[in-house]
Write a protein that binds this ligand. Sequence first.
Ligand SMILES: [Zn+2]
Length: 107
Amino acid sequence: MNEDIKLVPFKMHANVYFIGNEKVSVHLIDTEAGLVLIDTGYPDMLEVVLSGINALGFDVKNVRHIFHSHGHIDHYGTTAKLSHISATLKTTSTSGIQIPKSNGKTT
Ligand SMILES: [Zn+2]
């Protein structure tokens, strides 16, 4: 997806932030229980997600939960890679999809 136009991460409203490009969105929510990601983009978007979290002033190690809105690859593409970074990460998939996890846990 290198041809996609990158967008500067920004605050959408209150504690909700946008990360992504003009086609795929990842939403970051800053909660009292840690950071929450809604979807994680295509598999080649790890750097977009990581740099976006950093640019917004957050630490990826504080991501506690990932929610997947549904089972398309552009919604869970970097989840397995992100699970390597944060040991306490949990994932929940509303569609019942099973995301490969590095730590052996299932959603
Ligand atoms: Zn979709």
